[in-house]
Design a protein around this ligand. Structure first.
Ligand code: ADP
Ligand code: GLC
Length: 484
């Protein structure tokens, strides 16, 4: 049994912008079920305070660089018995909006201060300086928002071992030198083998330089970030860590209680491999929701996504437009929010093809489940994808993923080549080059196979039989903790 402090800036079901929240809810729950003494720590955002029923203040702390004392609240993660600690600093976290941005989508101006304060509070707890009489053996941090803590405690005696997980290297927490000064960060951290990155403060380097071990969320992404194309200037450092045996890839799992077509409360009709017909009832409901003709023979393609360049939305728009122009028997339903230009382009596509395309701009948990269940294929033509959870949900729901061959998508989807179909391993469709032409060809490939129900059904069953539950990945994390 290990004592683990799990630090994250978003945790499902309390607050979520993407897959980090899913992982931060489900991995600690899996570790807790395996008997470990794990506590999640996150900022006490207004949204969390509103949802949690029982919250107890358990400590008050004065942190370097901040005038007002902060409080630590204790609760449990809803739906579990996992202890949850919250860093309460009303001026930083008790406001309307998301974890990183205002209700209108602009990044909060004081994000560096907000997450420095959070990381300092986590450091105090990790060092058992909060009067809680509990010190973790392992501190596990995720992404730039939490990355400062390993740097702050690196030189302290009797510190926990530190693991830093990269969920997405594209977000690094870059700020100016002035902000470094204003936050009163230790001067000894300002050098190129520290937090400095070409004259800027790079918070993610706190994790990359000072953590005892770095993980990322798939084996392929772990290799990709050591190259120029995916490394954002950090590839040299990451290659060195890989050579030192201090960087590895551990694939994410999925929460089988949340994402399970057999008992998904959001579906019109639940289903399993044994009654696949019921999946078509969800297809009809989805078509109805989006005002599309309720046809079974049309290939219904789903998207649920942050609308950012990473996700290849532009490729989808181009490829789908070409296919629609040529009269292909397809429908597209898309749920997402993000960059206004993508939102606008999707709305335009919808306006042009109202009986072929459905678009819902926003965040909608229930609809996300309904799209996973009702679609025939799921589109994820990402330029890069550290792991990706939606293709894993899609496999589980028998919704064949169409993905680019990168990161976690490469590791989890088996392309429907003739060989793979014959040996019964095919679960979806993959393409290599990041361009609309390739995507279009791949959708056409799926469309052809969709006309061959026996093959399609076999692929659906193979996909649904894949096991990406947390159990195995959680065990791999435990082995890593032990090895450190
Ligand atoms: P990323 O973390 O890069 O956004 P992932 O595939 O790992 O990508 O995880 C995305 C998660 O966020 C999934 O659980 C997905 O269902 C959810 N999601 C993304 N956009 C929306 C949305 N608009 N409404 C509901 N859920 C969404
Ligand atoms: C990031 C990545 C995504 C991954 C998720 C959870 O948001 O973009 O690929 O699945 O983190 O690890």
């Amino acid at each position: 049994m290990r004592k683990i402090l799990f630090s994250s800036s978003e945790v499902h079901p309390l607050i979520k912008t993407g897959g980090l929240a899913d992982v931060s809810g489900s991995l600690p729950t899996a570790l807790h079920l395996q008997g470990h003494d794990i506590r999640i720590i996150m900022p006490a955002y207004r949204k969390c305070l509103e949802q949690l029923e029982k919250i107890h203040p358990i400590a008050t702390l004065k942190l370097d660089g901040f005038h007002l004392p902060i409080e630590i609240f204790q609760s449990t993660l809803p739906g579990t018995n996992v202890p949850l600690l919250l860093v309460h600093s009303p001026q930083h976290f008790d406001r309307e909006g998301g974890p990183y941005s205002s209700p209108t989508g602009e990044d909060w101006q004081d994000n560096a201060a907000r997450f420095t304060l959070f990381s300092r509070a986590v450091a105090a707890l990790a060092m058992n300086q909060a009067g809680l009489n509990w010190q973790p053996d392992v501190l596990h941090c995720s992404d730039w928002q939490t990355a400062l803590t390993p740097a702050l405690i690196a030189d302290l005696p009797n510190r926990p071992v530190t693991v830093f997980t990269i969920h997405n290297l594209a977000y690094q927490g870059l700020f100016s030198r002035e902000i470094f000064d204003a936050l009163d960060l230790p001067e000894k951290l300002w050098h190129s083998d520290g937090l400095e990155f070409y004259g800027l403060l790079s918070l993610i380097k706190g994790g990359l330089i000072y953590a005892d071990h770095i993980t990322t969320v798939s084996p392929t992404y772990a290799k990709e970030i050591c190259n120029y194309e995916f490394g954002y200037g950090l590839e040299g450092l990451l290659s060195l860590r890989a050579k030192q045996g201090r960087l590895s890839g551990i694939l994410n799992g999925i929460d089988n209680t949340e994402w399970n077509p057999k008992k998904d409360r959001y579906l019109t009709k639940t289903y399993s491999i044994k009654n696949l017909r019921n999946k078509t009832i969800n297809k009809a409901s989805l078509q109805q929701y989006f005002g599309l003709p309720e046809k079974e023979d049309v290939l219904l393609m789903g998207i649920i996504s942050r609308l950012v360049p990473q996700k290849g939305i532009d490729l989808t728009l181009e490829a789908v437009t070409k296919l629609l122009e040529s009269g292909a028997n397809i429908q597209l339903v898309c749920l997402g929010s993000g960059e206004p230009s993508y939102e606008q382009d999707l709305r335009i596509l919808r306006a042009r093809y109202p009986d072929k395309v459905g678009v819902d701009i926003g965040y909608n948990e229930a609809l996300a489940h309904q799209i996973e269940a009702g679609s025939d294929v799921f589109l994820m033509p990402s330029r890069f994808e550290p792991c990706g959870l939606n293709q894993l949900y899609s496999l589980r729901y028998g919704t064949l993923p169409i993905v680019r061959n990168t990161g976690g998508l490469a590791d989890t989807v088996v392309d429907a080549t003739e060989n793979n179909r014959k040996n019964g391993t095919a679960t979806g469709f993959k393409f290599d080059q990041s361009n609309a032409g390739e995507l279009e060809k791949t959708i056409s490939r799926a469309l052809d196979l969709f006309q061959r129900p026996r093959i399609w059904r076999k692929m659906m069953i193979t996909a649904m039989e894949q096991n990406y539950s947390w159990q195995q990945s959680a065990e791999t994390y435990v082995q890593l903790y032990e090895s450190l």
